[in-house]
Design a protein around this ligand. Structure first.
Ligand code: SAM
Length: 338
């Protein structure tokens, strides 16, 4: 059987604020000596988790979005059934609307975990711009996407995520991040990627969930960071360059970096500044340059048109994870049988 490197893999789905495109500038702020446990309280699509977790003994990932977390659990524990059901999904407006409306009637709690996972992935692969979003009532409200024959069941990606989750001893939770505090000890490294503080009153306000992240929420997050710091836990937190953030975190190291961000619904990208806050300053710093993202596109011509960018992100992540492991002089990379 072919051996596949499982150092890191694709993010599970496309996600608002996903870090795939900014890994290199972000991860040079990792601490020089990594502890045993990786914790990511706002995991989203897991771009950082799927790059770093194999460098740790175990991981805890969490997100308040129950549909996202249910998908992680099902992909890890019930892979074959997920694939079988996804293969029955079709790219069709009526099919899409029927799936989408399941959260109104009969309500998601009437579905099995498997059905919820299949719905989540199928909607993510066929909705406009591929981004999951709910309205204030918690209803998925993204319109039907405009694709040419999109791949709804990306078996290779899902298999790779499934294996990765199994191999890298990962506890998967869906709670408010503050509930993780008791689980986190000094042997943990915590990467925090919360909804960002808006940089101006008029700037785009992110709605991943019904919960709004206002100044009060940002202050609550600071208390969480202070509690980690008090326990001797190293943390790295991303946020925007809002004045509030510089003010709240003035007692920590605040580093500014350029980040590629989507600036409109079409997914056009621009470089924006954002901050990386740490409670340590012995950064890993020198990550060897990876000059170019290798092209990874395979499969049919149509798949290439839709997925080339994501696929090359995967190859970049893999190459990056391997480079990182060399720099950190960490144990040999794990291999997984496909
Ligand atoms: C910026 S996104 C994380 C993006 C992620 N780094 C990635 O690469 O996809 C922020 C995440 O925080 C989650 N979230 C919001 N409020 C939360 C809370 N109180 N506790 C835990 N997670 C929360 C959202 O559901 C969202 O997935």
């Amino acid at each position: 059987m072919e051996q596949q490197n499982c150092t890191c893999t694709w993010p599970l789905v496309k996600w608002v604020g996903g870090k795939s495109r900014n890994l290199k500038s972000l991860l040079k702020f990792l601490p020089r000596n990594l502890p045993q446990v990786y914790v990511e309280p706002f995991v989203g699509s897991g771009a950082v988790y799927f790059t770093l977790a194999s460098l740790f003994k175990s991981s805890i990932i969490n997100d308040i979005n129950p549909e996202l977390i249910n998908t992680y659990q099902e992909v890890r524990d019930n892979f074959d059934e997920v694939i079988a059901h996804l293969n029955e999904c079709i790219y069709d407006l009526n099919f899409y609307l029927k799936m989408r409306n399941l959260d109104r009637e009969p309500g998601l709690d009437k579905l099995t975990s498997l059905q919820r996972c299949v719905r989540f992935i199928a909607l993510s692969r066929t909705c406009f711009n591929g981004l999951y979003r709910v309205n204030k009532k918690g209803y998925f409200n993204v319109p039907f996407g405009k694709y040419v024959n999109p791949v709804i069941c990306d078996e290779e990606r899902l298999r790779s995520c499934s294996k990765f989750l199994q191999l890298n001893k990962t506890e998967i939770l869906s709670v408010d991040y503050t509930s993780l505090l008791d689980k986190i000890g000094p042997d943990s490294f915590v990467y925090i990627d919360p909804p960002y503080a808006p940089i101006s009153d008029t700037s785009y306000f992110t709605s991943y969930q019904q919960q709004i992240w206002d100044d009060k929420e940002q202050k609550r997050l600071l208390e969480f960071c202070d509690a980690l710091d008090k326990k001797g836990v190293r943390f790295m937190a991303s946020n925007s360059t809002a004045h509030l953030i510089f003010d709240l975190y003035r007692h920590y190291n605040i580093n500014t970096l350029n980040a590629l961000r989507s600036i409109n619904a079409q997914g056009d990208r621009n470089t924006l500044k954002e901050v990386v806050i740490t409670n340590y300053d012995d950064f890993i710093e020198t990550i060897p340059a990876i000059k170019q993202r290798p092209s990874y596109a395979q499969g049919s011509q149509q798949e290439q048109i839709v997925y080339t960018k994501e696929e090359s992100d995967l190859a970049f992540s893999r190459a990056f994870g391997e480079e990182l492991a060399k720099v950190a002089k960490l144990p040999k990379l794990r291999k997984v049988k496909k």
